[in-house]
Design a protein around this ligand. Structure first.
Ligand code: DHB
Ligand code: MG
Length: 603
């Protein structure tokens, strides 16, 4: 597969974009005309630069508003085209994207458009150029790829073919299966973009909300499979117009873009048995569970007080590092004071358990994820570590089916973990944060690289604005990572660790007896929850006494409570009854309001 990307996807000037694309691993680029016009390099210099970088210049784009016009206009359009063909000659680009007319077309006729494209084809041929005709989803008359193909077929010219763009096809709900009716040699170019399912006009949707493959709601593996089945072997290119990506550093966006394209090719190849035509990366089953959560701070005392109140046991000090381990049942929390000067407590790392660490490591590395160097001492277990796009460090550990993981032995002088009755048994979920800039890439990382499932996107009201949130999880719920977008104000608390137990009220009672002050829940909440669910008044009184919140879904019930904020994090204790599968999202606004009151009024 020849991996390509349109320069319009990236921020910065053309030179910077080209370097970023080459370094990320792309084979070629589509030169977006405004990028060329704004560059102070001559076409010859751009061509030479591409050669030095090992990039091919695959497409010149776009050429607009050509067909379906009156004869006068056509003459002018042909002159306009010829000037472009000359520039293309200097660049050494042999294919130009001509998109369907959105502005000046006045003739709605396949025959007329075909005849006009044929004339363009003749002109193009004299310049050694090929025309890739693309139906824009908002084209004046031609907005369906099947009609664009019909016109290309009718034009019947060796220099005229079609360009398939997943956005224009899938945004309109057109069936991509018709791609297979187009002979491969008439598909001159293929562009890929994903997008979230939105109900808005297609032009704005396309210009502002396109995403890289795997980040939105389109079925791109199915789309690419249709393309591959034709036998097409030309460039497969990303064309993503997105306001965020145009504001973030070109280098980072290009790496993220390349990863998304390779992950898509891999997924398509495996799903469709096309490993001969598309590149693959090593396969890995998703994580089997959470091994540990790492909390970092200059001083972890405050966290240790809370863990003690929640019934955790101190398991010891690491043999060689300022790192301490606490555990309750299968929930292990590693407190790290190394390289943490001036940092408040925050979730810095997450250990995931795998049945096959080597495959998970091989896949993650093959998809270009940055490794985190770890200082190792003799006799320590090696845990491969990677940096996620949102800054969290991930550690891959061998799954332990019975007993504790081997690395626990590196901690000394601690206590034996004696389970408390109905106490904390495991990490239920870890609520992570990303900024709006790295959110889409982060979602792709957990799903496209690590194979987690992507839940629906939700909005939660906080006093400082809406918080966008999406759950990333394994099918069995062993790993659950709700991911929130940090609101622009950035004043809200950040990550939290949720611990599961069979009796949240019992854990809350003991914690309070040990001096914990829980996050206060307003009286109005209990009046509301009682009315909403028709709960027994005595039960609601017990919830109120212990500041425990309540939720219910089709499958079961949910009890949960929150500690006050500790630095940048807080801890939640949850009790899932029967098969409750949510996260108490209904209660999130109440929590966010309570946290913001405490923040304002002090503790
Ligand atoms: O939004 C546009 O104008 C535009 C231009 C060129 C393309 O290939 C495309 O898909 C959209
Ligand atoms: Mg396009």
């Amino acid at each position: 597969m020849h991996a390509s990307i349109a320069t319009v996807c990236l921020s910065g000037g053309l030179e910077e974009k080209m370097t970023a694309c080459a370094e990320a691993g792309f084979d070629g680029i589509e030169v977006f005309e405004p990028d060329l016009v704004a560059s102070d390099l001559s076409p010859e210099e751009i061509r030479a630069r591409a050669e030095r970088l090992g990039l091919t210049l695959d497409l010149y784009q776009p050429f607009r508003d050509f067909e379906g016009v009156t004869e006068d206009l056509l003459e002018a359009n042909l002159r306009r085209a010829e000037a472009r063909f000359e520039v293309m000659g200097r660049l050494g680009i042999d294919t130009v994207l001509v998109c369907s007319n959105v502005a000046t077309a006045t003739i709605d006729s396949d025959e007329v458009s075909a005849a006009q494209l044929r004339r363009l084809g003749d002109l193009a041929q004299r310049h050694g150029v090929r025309i890739a005709f693309e139906a824009l989803a908002w084209g004046r008359y031609i907005s369906d790829y099947r009609r664009a193909w019909r016109i290309v077929e009718l034009a019947d010219h060796p220099a005229v073919g079609t360009c398939l763009d997943s956005f224009h096809i899938l945004s309109r709900g057109h069936d991509p299966a018709g791609i297979e009716e187009i002979p491969a040699e008439k598909i001159f170019f293929v562009q890929l973009a994903d997008a979230p399912a939105l109900s808005m006009d297609v032009l704005s949707w396309s210009r502002h909300h396109r995403l890289f493959p795997g980040e939105g709601d389109f079925d791109l593996p199915a789309f690419l499979a249709h393309v591959v089945r034709t036998g097409y072997s030309g460039p497969v290119s990303l064309e993503v117009f997105n306001d965020t990506f145009r504001q973030t550093a070109a280098g980072a966006t290009a790496v993220h873009a390349y990863r998304s394209l390779i992950a898509l090719a891999d997924q398509t190849a495996r799903r469709e048995g096309r490993t001969d035509q598309l590149p693959t990366v090593p396969e890995s089953a998703p994580a089997a569970g959470v091994d540990f959560v790492e909390i970092k701070a200059e001083d972890t005392t405050e966290v240790e007080i809370v863990l003690d109140q929640l019934g955790f046991a101190f398991r010891g000090q690491h043999r060689t590092k300022p790192v301490r381990l606490w555990s309750a049942g299968g929930a292990r929390i590693v407190l790290n004071e190394q390289y943490a000067r001036d940092l408040p407590p925050h979730v810095a790392g997450l250990g995931l358990q795998y049945d096959d660490v080597a495959s998970a490591e091989a896949r993650t590395a093959a998809l270009g994820v940055t490794r985190v160097p770890r200082r190792m001492q003799a006799g320590e277990q090696r845990l491969p570590a990677f940096a996620t796009p949102h800054g969290l460090e991930l550690f891959f550990a061998e799954r332990t089916r019975a007993g504790e993981p081997g690395w626990v032995d590196e901690f000394e002088h601690g206590l034996r973990a004696t389970p408390e009755p109905d106490g904390v048994v495991a990490v239920d979920h870890v609520n992570l944060m990303s900024t709006w800039e790295d959110h889409d890439e982060t979602v792709h990382f957990y799903t496209g690289v690590l194979g987690l499932e992507k839940g629906r996107s939700n909005q939660v009201a906080s006093p400082h604005g809406l918080v966008r949130s999406r759950v990333l999880r394994t099918a069995d719920g062993a790993v659950r990572l709700p991911l929130n977008v940090l609101p622009a104000s950035r004043t809200q608390p950040t990550e939290h660790v949720a611990l599961s137990c069979p009796d949240a009220i019992a854990v809350a009672r003991r914690a309070r007896e040990r001096g914990m002050r829980l996050l206060p829940v307003p009286g109005n909440y209990y009046d509301d929850v009682r009315a909403r669910f028709g709960l027994d008044p005595a039960f609601v009184e017990r919830l109120r006494e212990h500041q425990v919140l309540y939720d219910r879904d089709q499958q079961g019930e949910f009890l949960h409570f929150y500690t006050r904020q500790i630095g940048r994090l807080f801890i939640e204790v949850v009790q899932r009854i029967d098969a409750y599968d949510g996260y108490g999202a209904e209660n999130a606004p109440v929590r966010l309001a309570a946290q913001s009151r405490l923040d304002r009024d002090g503790r």
